[in-house]
Write a protein that binds this ligand. Sequence first.
Ligand SMILES: O=C(O)CCC(=O)C(=O)O
Ligand SMILES: [Fe+2]
Length: 302
Amino acid sequence: MTITAPEAPAAATAPDVPFEVIPLSGNLGAEIPGLDLRTLDDDTIAAVRATWLHYKVVFFPGQDLTPQDHLAFARRFGEPTEGHPVIPGLPDQPEVFQIDYTQARELAAAYGDVSDVSRGLHWHTDVTFVRRPPLGSILRAVEVPRAGGDTLFSNQEAAFDDLSPALQEFLSTLTAVHDGQDQFKVILDLIGEGTWEGKTFTKLEPVEHPVVRTHPETGKRSLFVNPGFTSRIKELKRTESDALLAYLFQHSVRPEFTVRYHWQPGTIAFWDNRATQHAVVGDYGDHRRVIQRVTLRGDEPR
Ligand SMILES: O=C(O)CCC(=O)C(=O)O
Ligand SMILES: [Fe+2]
């Protein structure tokens, strides 16, 4: 007799694709081994996209991509942004930026730990402090600790679905302010000006987004507030806003909505930035940890 284990909820409705997909938790995340990201045909790219939309973050271990290959892979899914609005890109590949966590710690020590980019990074969704935050980010693990330095991802559709209907409806009427100033003012002052969507700026102005957004491709609703950049809820009094955001920040990263990934050098991760948050676990002491990222342009949350 063969006993087949029941599938986790995310795995049960996954698209049927011509490569192996290994679900990593009940609510999001899958590993796709055995592909060479430099040589995929259009049908395989379409299947990767469907898998990515379903699992929200996919990991490709065993890749050996140069920054050029990394960028070329990203272009198959959308338009790369100018890297990051304020973190400078690689000299000969400006759409690719690097985070060397040792350097980031030195910078933080020299200028005050405002950026929070020390050993770990707290929960956030990438670059929500602009009008059109990224659609997704594609990360390459360059140098990673043998143990530790994992990255956590949390499914913000699952977090929304778990709330009671009355709270879902109330949240759907609210607008949040997102502000990158706290984390990025020091870097922006050091480099003088940042660039986003072709425009330069010297100060990050706060922006507003709905607290609940509808995914432009799947139509699913998700929570769209994050402790990295969401500073307050516009329609509420300060004390109400603080209390509600504290609750949502805690709720949105409950263990059952998350996956935790341990990196190997070369692994590529691709996450849907419209429906997830992520955080780096700062448990790796003084080991070197270096990543590079390409970021895809997104649309205005609605
Ligand atoms: O270093 C990581 O694993 C993720 C860093 C991060 O937050 C990002 O690249 O958006
Ligand atoms: Fe991030």
